[in-house]
Design a binder for this molecule. Structure first.
Ligand code: GLN
Length: 282
Protein backbone atom coordinates (compact mmCIF):
# COMPACT_ATOMS: atom_id res chain seq x y z
CA UNK A 1 0.00 0.00 0.00
CA UNK A 2 1.42 3.37 -1.04
CA UNK A 3 1.29 6.26 1.40
CA UNK A 4 1.16 10.00 0.76
CA UNK A 5 4.89 10.15 1.52
CA UNK A 6 5.69 7.32 -0.93
CA UNK A 7 3.82 9.17 -3.69
CA UNK A 8 5.55 12.38 -2.79
CA UNK A 9 8.95 10.74 -3.19
CA UNK A 10 8.22 8.91 -6.43
CA UNK A 11 6.36 11.89 -7.93
CA UNK A 12 9.24 14.23 -7.10
CA UNK A 13 11.67 11.89 -8.86
CA UNK A 14 9.35 11.65 -11.87
CA UNK A 15 9.17 15.43 -12.20
CA UNK A 16 12.91 15.86 -11.63
CA UNK A 17 13.63 13.43 -14.46
CA UNK A 18 11.49 15.54 -16.75
CA UNK A 19 13.41 18.68 -15.87
CA UNK A 20 10.72 20.34 -13.74
CA UNK A 21 12.34 22.95 -11.52
CA UNK A 22 11.57 22.81 -7.83
CA UNK A 23 10.07 19.34 -8.29
CA UNK A 24 9.39 18.64 -4.60
CA UNK A 25 7.53 21.85 -4.10
CA UNK A 26 5.50 21.19 -7.25
CA UNK A 27 4.65 17.75 -5.97
CA UNK A 28 3.46 19.11 -2.64
CA UNK A 29 1.14 21.60 -4.32
CA UNK A 30 -0.22 18.96 -6.70
CA UNK A 31 -0.87 16.40 -3.97
CA UNK A 32 -2.46 18.93 -1.63
CA UNK A 33 -4.71 20.17 -4.41
CA UNK A 34 -5.68 16.66 -5.48
CA UNK A 35 -6.50 15.51 -1.97
CA UNK A 36 -8.27 18.75 -1.09
CA UNK A 37 -5.83 19.49 1.73
CA UNK A 38 -3.83 22.53 2.76
CA UNK A 39 -0.09 21.98 2.62
CA UNK A 40 0.05 21.84 6.44
CA UNK A 41 -2.64 19.16 6.47
CA UNK A 42 -0.68 17.28 3.82
CA UNK A 43 2.42 17.20 6.06
CA UNK A 44 0.28 15.88 8.91
CA UNK A 45 -1.03 13.03 6.76
CA UNK A 46 2.19 11.62 5.31
CA UNK A 47 1.26 8.10 6.48
CA UNK A 48 -2.20 8.20 4.94
CA UNK A 49 -2.70 5.37 2.45
CA UNK A 50 -3.35 6.42 -1.13
CA UNK A 51 -6.32 4.61 -2.67
CA UNK A 52 -6.58 3.85 -6.40
CA UNK A 53 -9.18 6.64 -6.74
CA UNK A 54 -6.49 9.10 -5.71
CA UNK A 55 -3.67 7.50 -7.68
CA UNK A 56 -5.26 7.58 -11.13
CA UNK A 57 -5.85 11.37 -11.19
CA UNK A 58 -2.42 11.90 -9.62
CA UNK A 59 -0.74 10.00 -12.47
CA UNK A 60 -2.70 12.04 -15.00
CA UNK A 61 -1.73 15.33 -13.34
CA UNK A 62 1.92 14.34 -13.05
CA UNK A 63 2.03 13.45 -16.70
CA UNK A 64 0.70 16.89 -17.64
CA UNK A 65 3.12 18.67 -15.30
CA UNK A 66 5.99 16.62 -16.79
CA UNK A 67 4.90 17.77 -20.24
CA UNK A 68 5.12 21.42 -19.18
CA UNK A 69 1.56 22.35 -18.18
CA UNK A 70 2.11 25.09 -15.55
CA UNK A 71 1.64 24.07 -11.94
CA UNK A 72 -0.79 26.95 -11.45
CA UNK A 73 -3.06 25.66 -14.25
CA UNK A 74 -3.14 22.21 -12.68
CA UNK A 75 -3.85 23.52 -9.18
CA UNK A 76 -6.31 25.99 -10.71
CA UNK A 77 -5.39 28.83 -8.39
CA UNK A 78 -2.41 31.00 -7.58
CA UNK A 79 -1.48 33.15 -4.63
CA UNK A 80 -0.69 36.76 -5.38
CA UNK A 81 0.01 39.30 -2.66
CA UNK A 82 -1.53 37.02 -0.01
CA UNK A 83 -4.78 36.48 -1.92
CA UNK A 84 -5.95 33.54 -3.99
CA UNK A 85 -6.86 33.95 -7.65
CA UNK A 86 -8.20 31.59 -10.29
CA UNK A 87 -5.48 30.75 -12.81
CA UNK A 88 -5.94 29.15 -16.22
CA UNK A 89 -5.01 29.58 -19.85
CA UNK A 90 -7.29 32.60 -20.31
CA UNK A 91 -4.62 34.85 -18.76
CA UNK A 92 -0.89 34.97 -18.08
CA UNK A 93 0.27 32.96 -15.06
CA UNK A 94 1.12 35.71 -12.54
CA UNK A 95 4.86 36.10 -12.04
CA UNK A 96 6.60 36.90 -8.76
CA UNK A 97 8.06 40.06 -10.33
CA UNK A 98 4.56 41.43 -10.87
CA UNK A 99 3.87 40.86 -7.19
CA UNK A 100 6.93 43.03 -6.47
CA UNK A 101 5.46 45.72 -8.71
CA UNK A 102 2.14 45.65 -6.84
CA UNK A 103 3.86 45.88 -3.48
CA UNK A 104 6.05 48.77 -4.59
CA UNK A 105 3.12 50.71 -6.06
CA UNK A 106 1.33 50.59 -2.71
CA UNK A 107 4.32 52.24 -1.03
CA UNK A 108 4.55 55.06 -3.60
CA UNK A 109 2.89 58.43 -3.66
CA UNK A 110 -0.13 59.27 -5.78
CA UNK A 111 -3.25 61.22 -4.91
CA UNK A 112 -5.76 59.20 -2.87
CA UNK A 113 -8.56 58.31 -3.14
CA UNK A 114 -7.48 57.24 -6.60
CA UNK A 115 -9.15 56.21 -9.80
CA UNK A 116 -6.97 53.23 -10.75
CA UNK A 117 -6.44 51.66 -14.18
CA UNK A 118 -4.85 48.26 -14.80
CA UNK A 119 -4.12 48.21 -18.52
CA UNK A 120 -3.74 44.74 -20.06
CA UNK A 121 -5.07 43.28 -16.86
CA UNK A 122 -5.16 39.60 -17.91
CA UNK A 123 -6.30 37.61 -14.87
CA UNK A 124 -6.72 40.88 -12.98
CA UNK A 125 -4.22 40.06 -10.23
CA UNK A 126 -2.31 43.35 -10.38
CA UNK A 127 -5.23 45.78 -10.35
CA UNK A 128 -7.40 43.70 -8.04
CA UNK A 129 -4.65 43.26 -5.44
CA UNK A 130 -3.88 46.95 -5.47
CA UNK A 131 -7.56 47.88 -5.17
CA UNK A 132 -8.07 45.37 -2.35
CA UNK A 133 -5.11 46.80 -0.45
CA UNK A 134 -6.12 50.42 -1.09
CA UNK A 135 -9.66 49.81 0.16
CA UNK A 136 -11.38 53.21 0.52
CA UNK A 137 -8.36 54.83 -1.13
CA UNK A 138 -9.47 53.35 -4.45
CA UNK A 139 -12.68 54.97 -5.58
CA UNK A 140 -12.85 53.20 -8.93
CA UNK A 141 -10.85 50.35 -10.43
CA UNK A 142 -10.85 49.97 -14.20
CA UNK A 143 -9.58 46.70 -15.70
CA UNK A 144 -8.93 46.87 -19.44
CA UNK A 145 -7.79 44.17 -21.85
CA UNK A 146 -8.11 43.27 -25.50
CA UNK A 147 -8.87 39.63 -24.71
CA UNK A 148 -12.49 38.78 -23.83
CA UNK A 149 -11.31 35.51 -22.23
CA UNK A 150 -8.92 37.36 -19.95
CA UNK A 151 -11.66 39.78 -18.94
CA UNK A 152 -13.96 36.89 -18.10
CA UNK A 153 -11.24 35.50 -15.83
CA UNK A 154 -10.60 38.93 -14.29
CA UNK A 155 -14.34 39.21 -13.59
CA UNK A 156 -14.35 35.84 -11.81
CA UNK A 157 -11.37 36.92 -9.74
CA UNK A 158 -13.02 40.22 -8.88
CA UNK A 159 -16.12 38.34 -7.67
CA UNK A 160 -13.97 36.15 -5.41
CA UNK A 161 -12.57 39.26 -3.75
CA UNK A 162 -16.00 40.91 -3.68
CA UNK A 163 -14.68 43.82 -5.71
CA UNK A 164 -16.70 45.58 -8.41
CA UNK A 165 -14.26 46.91 -11.00
CA UNK A 166 -15.29 48.50 -14.26
CA UNK A 167 -14.27 45.92 -16.86
CA UNK A 168 -13.63 47.20 -20.36
CA UNK A 169 -12.69 45.35 -23.53
CA UNK A 170 -10.37 47.77 -25.23
CA UNK A 171 -7.35 48.01 -27.49
CA UNK A 172 -5.20 50.01 -25.04
CA UNK A 173 -7.02 53.33 -24.39
CA UNK A 174 -9.45 53.07 -27.31
CA UNK A 175 -12.46 52.29 -25.09
CA UNK A 176 -11.21 53.78 -21.82
CA UNK A 177 -12.43 57.19 -20.75
CA UNK A 178 -11.20 59.81 -18.33
CA UNK A 179 -8.12 60.31 -16.21
CA UNK A 180 -6.51 58.36 -13.41
CA UNK A 181 -4.40 58.98 -10.34
CA UNK A 182 -2.74 55.57 -10.79
CA UNK A 183 -2.11 53.53 -13.94
CA UNK A 184 -0.40 50.14 -13.74
CA UNK A 185 0.57 47.98 -16.68
CA UNK A 186 2.20 44.64 -17.29
CA UNK A 187 1.77 44.70 -21.05
CA UNK A 188 3.17 42.04 -23.37
CA UNK A 189 6.89 42.74 -23.76
CA UNK A 190 8.55 39.57 -25.03
CA UNK A 191 10.34 40.06 -28.39
CA UNK A 192 8.87 37.84 -31.14
CA UNK A 193 12.38 36.61 -31.80
CA UNK A 194 12.55 35.05 -28.29
CA UNK A 195 9.61 32.77 -29.01
CA UNK A 196 11.71 29.64 -29.49
CA UNK A 197 13.69 30.16 -26.30
CA UNK A 198 10.73 30.19 -23.92
CA UNK A 199 10.04 27.34 -21.51
CA UNK A 200 7.31 24.78 -22.14
CA UNK A 201 5.32 26.38 -19.32
CA UNK A 202 5.34 29.82 -20.94
CA UNK A 203 3.96 28.15 -24.08
CA UNK A 204 0.69 27.74 -22.13
CA UNK A 205 0.34 31.50 -21.59
CA UNK A 206 -1.74 33.35 -24.19
CA UNK A 207 0.42 34.74 -27.02
CA UNK A 208 -1.41 38.04 -26.71
CA UNK A 209 -0.13 38.43 -23.14
CA UNK A 210 3.49 37.78 -24.11
CA UNK A 211 4.61 39.01 -27.49
CA UNK A 212 4.86 42.54 -28.77
CA UNK A 213 6.74 42.96 -32.00
CA UNK A 214 10.37 42.56 -32.88
CA UNK A 215 11.89 44.16 -29.78
CA UNK A 216 8.92 43.48 -27.48
CA UNK A 217 8.13 47.17 -27.05
CA UNK A 218 5.36 47.72 -29.62
CA UNK A 219 2.62 47.78 -26.98
CA UNK A 220 4.52 50.14 -24.67
CA UNK A 221 5.35 52.46 -27.60
CA UNK A 222 1.62 52.89 -28.25
CA UNK A 223 0.59 52.89 -24.60
CA UNK A 224 2.97 55.31 -22.85
CA UNK A 225 2.21 58.55 -24.78
CA UNK A 226 -1.52 58.10 -24.16
CA UNK A 227 -1.01 57.01 -20.54
CA UNK A 228 0.95 60.21 -19.92
CA UNK A 229 -2.08 62.22 -21.06
CA UNK A 230 -4.45 60.19 -18.91
CA UNK A 231 -2.72 60.82 -15.60
CA UNK A 232 -3.96 63.44 -13.17
CA UNK A 233 -1.35 65.85 -11.76
CA UNK A 234 0.97 63.98 -9.37
CA UNK A 235 -0.35 60.75 -10.85
CA UNK A 236 1.73 57.59 -10.99
CA UNK A 237 2.36 55.33 -13.96
CA UNK A 238 3.94 51.99 -12.96
CA UNK A 239 5.09 49.48 -15.56
CA UNK A 240 6.80 46.10 -15.78
CA UNK A 241 9.07 45.30 -18.71
CA UNK A 242 11.77 42.83 -19.73
CA UNK A 243 15.51 42.29 -19.63
CA UNK A 244 17.50 44.86 -21.58
CA UNK A 245 14.51 47.11 -22.30
CA UNK A 246 15.05 49.79 -19.65
CA UNK A 247 16.85 52.40 -21.74
CA UNK A 248 14.46 52.09 -24.69
CA UNK A 249 11.54 52.30 -22.29
CA UNK A 250 12.89 55.35 -20.56
CA UNK A 251 13.41 57.04 -23.97
CA UNK A 252 9.76 56.37 -24.84
CA UNK A 253 8.65 57.81 -21.49
CA UNK A 254 10.80 60.94 -21.90
CA UNK A 255 9.53 61.52 -25.43
CA UNK A 256 6.01 61.30 -23.97
CA UNK A 257 6.83 64.15 -21.59
CA UNK A 258 7.24 61.99 -18.49
CA UNK A 259 10.35 63.60 -17.05
CA UNK A 260 10.30 62.02 -13.64
CA UNK A 261 10.89 58.30 -14.29
CA UNK A 262 12.57 55.93 -11.90
CA UNK A 263 13.84 52.61 -13.26
CA UNK A 264 14.27 49.93 -10.61
CA UNK A 265 15.47 46.32 -10.51
CA UNK A 266 13.52 43.25 -9.40
CA UNK A 267 14.81 40.96 -6.66
CA UNK A 268 17.06 39.15 -9.14
CA UNK A 269 18.72 42.42 -10.12
CA UNK A 270 17.10 42.83 -13.56
CA UNK A 271 15.96 46.42 -14.18
CA UNK A 272 12.29 45.65 -14.71
CA UNK A 273 10.09 48.42 -13.34
CA UNK A 274 9.44 52.03 -14.23
CA UNK A 275 7.67 54.46 -11.91
CA UNK A 276 6.82 57.75 -13.58
CA UNK A 277 5.08 60.65 -11.88
CA UNK A 278 3.36 63.47 -13.70
CA UNK A 279 4.21 66.94 -12.40
CA UNK A 280 1.80 68.75 -10.07
CA UNK A 281 -0.02 71.69 -11.60
CA UNK A 282 1.08 74.25 -8.98
N1 GLN B 1 7.52 38.01 -17.57
C1 GLN B 1 6.91 37.24 -18.58
C2 GLN B 1 7.89 36.22 -19.11
O1 GLN B 1 9.04 36.31 -18.85
C3 GLN B 1 6.38 38.10 -19.70
C4 GLN B 1 5.21 38.83 -19.27
C5 GLN B 1 4.85 39.92 -20.21
O2 GLN B 1 5.16 39.92 -21.40
N2 GLN B 1 4.19 40.86 -19.68
O3 GLN B 1 7.51 35.29 -19.76
Amino acid sequence: MKTVLDCMESGTQYLEKRGVEDARNNMQWLMASLLGLSRIELYQQFDRPMVEDDLAPLRETLKKRGEGVPLQHLVGTVEFLRREFICDGRGLVPRPETEELAEAVLKREFPRPARVLDMGTGSGVLGLSIAAELGEDCHELVLADLSPEALELAGENAARLELQPTIIRSDLFEGVEGKFELIVANLPYVPETDRDELSKEVGHDPDLALFSGKDGLDAYRRFIPEAAKRLEPNGLLAMEFGIGQSSALSDIAQAAGLTNCELLPDLSGVVRFAYCNTPSTD
